[in-house]
Design a protein around this ligand. Structure first.
Ligand code: HEC
Ligand code: HEC
Ligand code: HEC
Ligand code: HEC
Length: 119
């Protein structure tokens, strides 16, 4: 009985530490809801975008592969150090690409406010 309790404790420790050392999992669908002063949150298909774009650093421009973090870690509600506000980072990267694709008459994501900020 004592031996079993020991074994269980060892297993629990192993499971727990595995859980905390694993990097953040690449998300499927993401709802970006970091700053809501005026506009509702934006839901987008992260996996579909990542599969299409392939190069994760296209968006995660400051992160090494496998260490991708939230944009909001640096891009806050207002300009913080060199990092532009969250709104500008998102509009430049997200809307910018959609706009370019649309101008090239290729399949693109939304460029109108309500297309992204859905009520
Ligand atoms: C391609 C998608 C996309 C489009 C199109 C878009 N936005 Fe955004 N916008 C975002 C994302 C993503 C954020 C970050 C949201 C967050 O952090 O919660 C954001 C943030 C904002 C913010 C800051 C958050 C707040 O509530 O204060 C404002 C204001 C904003 N957008 C206004 C607009 C307006 C106005 C338009 C149309 C002219 C527009 N957006 C079009 C994706 C988009
Ligand atoms: C179109 C831009 C874009 C591409 C391409 C992209 N991501 Fe992301 N990723 C985001 C955004 C935006 C978020 C969430 C931001 C937020 O919620 O503040 C995010 C979130 C994440 C998170 C969650 C971080 C956390 O701590 O919650 C991980 C992990 C991640 N991405 C990994 C990847 C990997 C791996 C790839 C490439 C296979 C990739 N991403 C490609 C835009 C992108
Ligand atoms: C570790 C901090 C950090 C993270 C995380 C980060 N950024 Fe940035 N970003 C910056 C800094 C600092 C700048 C200012 C210019 C530079 O140093 O490249 C910047 C600039 C940008 C610009 C250029 C804006 C302009 O108007 O010139 C875009 C677009 C951008 N980031 C998008 C993103 C997106 C999208 C994510 C998340 C997928 C993200 N960033 C995550 C720090 C970060
Ligand atoms: C490199 C180009 C590119 C970038 C960067 C990009 N997108 Fe897109 N996005 C697309 C394309 C292409 C589609 C349309 C795919 C289709 O309909 O076949 C799309 C579709 C969408 C759609 C509608 C379908 C869906 O996925 O829900 C939303 C919403 C969207 N994007 C939001 C975003 C947000 C938010 C970001 C930034 C975090 C972003 N996009 C960055 C190219 C891009």
């Amino acid at each position: 009985m004592k031996k079993f309790a020991m074994l269980l404790a060892v297993v629990m420790v192993a499971v727990f530490s595995a859980g905390v050392t694993v990097a953040a999992k690449e998300p499927g669908t993401v709802t970006i809801k970091e700053v809501q002063k005026i506009k509702p949150p934006v839901t987008f298909e992260h996996k579909a975008h990542a599969d299409r774009i392939k190069n994760c650093a296209e968006c995660h421009h400051k992160d090494a592969a496998g260490k991708e973090q939230k944009c909001f870690n640096c891009h806050k509600a207002v300009k913080t150090g060199a990092a532009v506000p969250m709104k500008d980072a998102m509009h430049t990267r997200c809307k910018g690409c959609h706009q370019k694709l649309m101008e090239a008459k290729k399949p693109a994501g939304p460029t109108k406010c309500d297309g992204c900020h859905k009520k």
